[in-house]
Ligand binder design. Structure first.
Ligand code: SF4
Length: 347
C-alpha cells in the first residue's frame, strides 16, 4: 500500500478516507484532486517505493506551515473541545493513542522517510499527554529519525499550565521545540463568551511557561471575535496580553463561522443580551490597525496576517516594523490598497 503525503495550502488540512482510496493505486505516481468542501481542494500523491500506510483517525488537521512534514497522531480529538467558534474535533472524543500504536506509525514512517526532519504531533492538543508519555514519543522519534530537527504540536493553556517548568524543559531537551497555541483574544469577557476555558492571566502564565522552558510558541488571535459591539475590548485586551507575554510568532485569523457552529457561537455570545453583529472588512481593518498600533512587545515577535481568512496579508517583525505595518493597514482601510478577494479566502 502506498504512503500518502498530503498537501493543502491552508491553515487546516482535512484528510478524507477517499484520499487513501486514491492513493491505493499501485506503482507510479498517483495524482488527484478531490473536492472536500466548496472552493477547497486537496492534492495528494502516493510516492514510489512505498512500504505502508499510516493509520489516521479522520479528520486530521494541521497548521499550514506543517504541510511538508510528517503528521503523526499521538492523540485523537481535543481535550477541551468546547470553543464555540471551532468545529474541528466535534466528531471525536478525546483520547491518547496507545504507545504501541504511535510507535508502530513512527516505525512505518521511518522506513518510508528516514530523512524526516520535522514532525507534527496531531490531533488537537498532543501536549495534553502526560509528560512521560510525550517524552517516550520524543525519544522514539529521535532514535528513528537521525536528522530530526523539530517536533511540534498544538497546545491549550491548560496543557501548559498543568505542567511544571521542569517537565516542559525536559520536553524541550527531548526535541519538542514548537507549540501552536490559540490565544484568540486577550479580553476576559470574550474568552468567556467563546468558552476558551482560560482567562487572560492563565493564557499569560501558559505563554510564560513555554518561553521559560525554551519552547517556541506560534500564537493566533481572531479578528472579528467580539463583533461590532465588543471589538475595542477584544483588541485592547489582546494587545495588552501580547505585550505582557509575547509569543515568538503571532498571526491573525479572521472569524469565519460554519453554519454548524454559528448558532452555538451567537447564542453563547448573546447570553447577556449583547447582540453579535459581525464585523465587515472595514471593521476588521480597524481592529488590525488598533492591534498593531498597541503592540509593543519587549522582545521580537514575528507577525503574519497571511492566513487565507485574512482580507489583508501582512508580514513583519514587531516592534521594529510596527509603524510600517500600521501605515499599510491605514492605506487599506482608506481604500488606497486592494484587499484579498472574497473568493480567495477560507479556513
Ligand atoms: S482548544 Fe483549539 S481545537 Fe480545542 S476546541 Fe478550542 S480551538 Fe478547537
Amino acid at each position: 500500500m502506498p504512503y500518502l503525503r498530503v498537501r493543502y495550502p491552508c491553515r487546516l488540512v482535512m484528510v478524507e478516507q477517499l484520499y487513501w482510496e486514491l492513493a491505493l493505486r499501485h506503482g507510479d505516481w498517483t495524482v488527484g484532486t478531490i473536492p472536500i468542501e466548496k472552493n477547497k481542494r486537496l492534492w495528494c500523491h502516493a510516492s514510489e517505493g512505498f512500504l505502508g500506510m499510516l493509520h489516521y483517525d479522520l479528520p486530521v488537521y494541521r497548521p499550514p506551515s506543517e504541510g511538508n512534514n510528517l503528521i503523526l497522531q499521538a492523540t485523537l480529538g481535543c481535550s477541551h473541545n468546547r470553543c464555540t467558534f471551532c468545529s474541528m474535533y466535534k466528531s471525536k472524543t478525546f483520547r491518547a493513542r496507545s504507545r504501541e500504536e504511535v510507535f508502530a506509525d513512527i516505525a512505518l514512517a521511518a522506513e518510508e522517510q528516514p530523512d524526516t526532519r520535522r514532525v507534527f504531533l496531531a490531533d488537537g492538543d498532543a501536549l495534553a499527554l502526560p509528560p512521560d508519555d510525550l517524552a517516550a514519543i520524543l525519544d522514539e522519534l529521535a532514535v528513528r529519525f537521525v536528522r530530526l530537527e523539530r517536533v511540534s504540536c498544538y497546545a491549550t493553556p491548560l496543557d501548559l499550565n498543568r505542567k511544571s517548568p521542569e517537565e516542559l524543559t525536559l520536553l524541550r531537551k527531548k526535541g519538542l521545540t514548537l507549540l501552536y497555541f490559540g490565544v484568540e483574544s486577550g479580553s476576559a469577557d470574550i474568552l468567556a463568551r467563546i468558552r476558551k476555558g482560560a482567562n487572560p492571566d492563565k493564557i499569560a502564565s501558559a505563554l510564560g511557561l513555554a518561553h521559560d522552558s525554551g519552547i517556541a510558541v506560534s500564537a493566533t488571535v481572531i479578528l472579528g471575535l467580539g463583533g461590532r459591539r465588543l471589538w475595542r475590548d477584544h483588541i485592547e485586551g489582546t494587545a495588552a496580553l501580547i505585550n505582557r507575554a509575547p509569543p515568538d510568532f503571532l498571526s491573525t485569523l479572521q472569524l469565519m463561522l460554519s453554519p454548524e457552529e454559528a448558532g452555538t457561537f451567537v447564542s453563547r455570545f448573546e447570553r447577556d443580551g449583547t447582540p453579535f453583529e459581525p464585523q465587515d472588512d472595514l471593521g476588521v481593518l480597524e481592529e488590525l490597525h488598533l492591534l498593531l498600533s498597541r503592540l509593543n512587545p519587549p522582545r521580537p515577535v514575528v507577525f503574519r496576517s497571511n492566513h487565507a481568512s485574512n482580507c489583508l496579508p501582512l508580514a513583519g517583525t514587531l516592534p521594529q516594523d510596527r509603524d510600517g505595518l500600521v501605515a499599510i493597514v491605514a492605506d487599506a482601510r482608506d481604500g488606497a490598497a486592494a484587499l484579498r478577494p472574497e473568493f480567495l479566502r477560507g479556513l
